[in-house]
Design a protein around this ligand. Structure first.
Ligand SMILES: Nc1nc2c(ncn2[C@@H]2O[C@H](COP(=O)(O)OP(=O)(O)O)[C@@H](O)[C@H]2O)c(=O)[nH]1
Ligand SMILES: [Mg+2]
Length: 305
């Protein structure tokens, strides 16, 4: 396994893809790999979320082009939990890959949903760790932001960018999903379209209601790379953590991450060799012979972990 880690460190993209598959499937080999690779330093993990069609993928592509000019290695994880088909690349990802194809400095991966959101979130943490350890900075996580689950996923990031586009209901929808609460940077993309200024004002009023300080609100036209300098500058400022709250966020993330990892490993150990016991207990519960609490207590008896 150390040779895979060596290959990844040396910049072997096929080794990296293989490593991500191991990590994504939560295999023991994936865990060993993450241990062998060690920490990724201070790679800036940037979550980009917002409703479908807002222009997230286009924006990520344009941002990647800018970061490449600074010779930064850009890692992108695209997650669409609502789609059961994310195993393959989404159309937007294919377009992006064409844009950056032949450039080893941009690595894009679509992550499949593991179904359970908890599992998905842990998978993203691991995949982001792997990209960071492989020398990518920033690591961008693109998710479709429509519900609480995606808000959860954004916690895997140091910085959350919420992308909205002009259109009725965007602001209301955004607030409903808690998207405004989690935004470190708000982007009104498709600023070439009618209603952009109205959306900016609406967001400004809405942002005043937050407990946290109002995030910067930036207008972009991703298709023409307009407004990208200001967005990059806002992200760099956040990444430099000049009182931006990044350190606090990282500590929160580390705590949650450690709990989830330890819980997961313990659970794996617990269920090992207990599938017959689980089956018998489940049958008893389903038949109404035992309550779930009774059966769980019996299963846990003698487990000292
Ligand atoms: N007019 C305009 N269209 C845009 C802009 N950014 C993206 N689009 C278009 O909006 C559509 C959705 O973009 P995409 O990046 O796939 O959105 P995503 O679902 O949020 O990832 C595509 O047809 C883009 O070409 C923009 O700034 N202005
Ligand atoms: Mg997209």
């Amino acid at each position: 396994m150390s040779s895979l880690a060596d290959d990844i460190r040396a910049g072997d993209r096929r080794a990296l893809a293989r490593g991500l598959t191991l990590v994504e499937n939560d295999l023991a080999a994936g865990r060993d790999l993450l241990v062998a690779l060690g920490a990724g330093g201070g790679a800036h993990r940037i979550g980009i979320t917002g409703p479908p069609g807002a222009g997230k993928s286009t924006l990520v592509s344009a941002l990647a082009a800018m970061w490449r000019r600074e010779d930064r290695q850009v890692g992108v994880l695209a997650v669409d939990p609502s789609s059961p088909f994310t195993g393959g690349a989404l159309l937007g990802d294919r377009i992006r890959m064409l844009t950056h194809s032949g450039d080893d400095g941009v690595f894009i991966r679509s992550l499949a949903s593991r179904g359970a959101l908890g599992g998905l979130a842990v998978g993203i943490y691991d995949a982001a760790d792997l990209l960071a350890a492989a020398g990518f900075d920033p690591v961008v996580i693109e998710t479709v932001g429509v519900g609480q689950g995606e808000v959860e996923i954004c916690r895997a990031a140091d910085t959350t960018v919420v992308v909205l586009a002009p259109g009725a209901g965007d602001v209301v929808q955004g607030m409903k999903a808690g998207l405004l609460e989690i935004a470190d940077v708000l982007v009104v993309n498709q600023a070439d379209r009618e209603g952009a200024d109205g959306l900016v004002s609406a967001l400004e009023s809405a942002a005043e209601l937050r407990d946290a300080p109002a995030p910067p609100i930036l207008k972009t036209v991703a298709t023409r790379s307009e407004g990208l300098e200001a967005l990059c500058a806002a992200l760099d400022a956040r990444g430099a953590d000049a009182g931006s709250g990044l350190a606090e966020r990282r500590l929160d993330r580390a705590r949650a991450r450690l709990r989830a990892t330890v819980d997961g490993r313990r659970a794996d150990r617990f269920w090992e060799g207990r599938s017959d016991a689980l089956e018998a207990a489940a049958r008893a519960v389903a038949a109404g012979e035992r309550s779930a609490e009774q059966a769980a207590t019996e299963l846990l008896e003698g487990d000292d972990a």
